[in-house]
Design a protein around this ligand. Structure first.
Ligand code: FES
Ligand SMILES: [Fe+2]
Length: 374
């Protein structure tokens, strides 16, 4: 019998030590997906993202440029923005002593403080790297200059860059849903990377994507990574008769539609079918919890129809996500057992293994998280 590969050790999924390593080595070094650019379209619009205990603001400047900053006041460290997103006219104002920062991060107002007491030039909000791909905003908390976003995306085995062909940049957000999961972020990502659980956990999904009945993430006879939607559907939803406009890049392609999924390491899922694209950001909220934010994107044409309703797509994805989350929470409870030294990877778990290898590259040489493979 071939030697079986081992999963990460149990502590990697629950210990505060590993969480501290994940923060430094994974979340504060890689490009992290935070939200659609559409949410910060106008000058003065801002979006807050919580990335593993760091709060970041993405702000559209008067010059239309997108910038990102730590959500931390330079006076005595107060958080500046509490809401998820918002819009200001001229500056962001700290709620503690009302210091104001222009949209480019410069300190501009310090009420009741002598004008030249503080060197404003050197007291701007601390910047964070930000880049946009196809309307998706990513930030990078690295202190050094990171590799450009595109270069980093090109390294992904799921080839997310190829999905741009459907016209991702043009899509508009029809709905955003947020859900908290009591599971370590890696359990959620690992679950996304396999379909061995599909026949047991997702009876509805396997009827929409019959290839998944066999427990593989691939369809026999296809080498483009796609799986075919059942019964002439154009989108992943329960009702085969649901018809939404095809994504811009697929227009004129009335044949059977496919579903493609891609993990953008470390924490973005991109799920694309004939008529919708779902972008999910997994934000860790602690060693044993995370928050999933899913944006449901559709062709601009869909919004021209006053009767357009994203609900069937949202409801179906929420059903599948609930099923996944229950499974992940069960895993979380299991891996914290003192008995769980590590699990094993059969061949159909090869993409989970691939994710673990990628993760280990980030945390390698850190004591306590060791490669389990020989
Ligand atoms: S901490 Fe922000 S103004 Fe004082
Ligand atoms: Fe699943």
């Amino acid at each position: 019998m071939a030697e079986i590969r081992k999963t990460l050790p149990g502590a990697a999924y629950h210990s505060t030590e590993t969480y501290a390593v994940d923060k430094e080595r994974v979340f504060y070094r890689n490009w992290i997906y935070v939200g659609r650019e559409e949410r910060v379209a106008r000058p003065g619009a801002w979006l807050r993202a919580e990335i593993a205990d760091e709060s970041v603001l993405v702000v559209r400047g008067k010059d239309e440029r997108l910038r990102a900053f730590y959500n931390v006041c330079r006076h005595r460290g107060s958080r500046i923005c509490d809401d998820e997103q918002g819009e200001v006219r001229t500056h962001l104002r700290c709620p503690y002593h009302a210091w104001g920062y222009a949209l480019d991060g410069t300190l501009v107002t310090t009420p009741m403080i002598e004008k030249d007491e503080i060197d404003r030039e050197s007291t701007s909000l601390w910047p964070v790297h930000v880049e946009v791909w196809e309307g998706f905003v990513f930030v990078n908390l690295s202190r050094e200059t990171p590799v450009p976003l595109l270069e980093s995306l090109a390294e992904h085995p799921d080839d997310p860059l190829a999905l741009a062909r459907v016209g991702l940049a043009q899509l508009r957000t029809g709905h955003v849903s947020t859900i908290d999961v009591r599971a370590n972020w890696k359990i959620v990502i690992e679950n996304y990377n396999e379909c061995l659980h599909c026949p047991t956990v997702h009876p509805e999904l396997v009827s929409v994507l019959p290839a998944y009945k066999k427990g593989s993430i691939f369809e026999d006879g296809r080498d483009d990574g796609g799986v075919t939607l059942a019964d002439g559907r154009t989108t992943v939803a329960l009702d085969p008769r649901l018809r939404l406009p095809l994504l811009p890049g697929l227009k004129g392609d009335e044949g059977p539609q496919s579903y493609y999924g891609a993990l953008v390491y470390p924490t973005m899922f991109l799920d694309v079918d004939g008529s919708s694209a779902l972008a999910t950001a997994v934000f860790p909220t602690g060693p044993q919890s995370c928050r999933l934010v899913t944006e449901y994107l559709f062709s601009p044409e869909a919004f021209d129809d006053p009767a357009f309703d994203p609900k069937p797509v949202v409801e179906f994805n929420e059903l599948v996500t609930r099923q996944d989350n229950e499974a992940c929470e069960r895993v979380q409870r299991g891996v914290t057992s003192r008995a769980f030294e590590h699990g094993v990877f059969p061949a159909k778990d090869s993409w989970v293994h691939l994710f673990d290898q990628r993760y280990l590259r980030d945390v390698e040489d850190h004591p306590g998280i060791e490669r389990q493979d020989s």
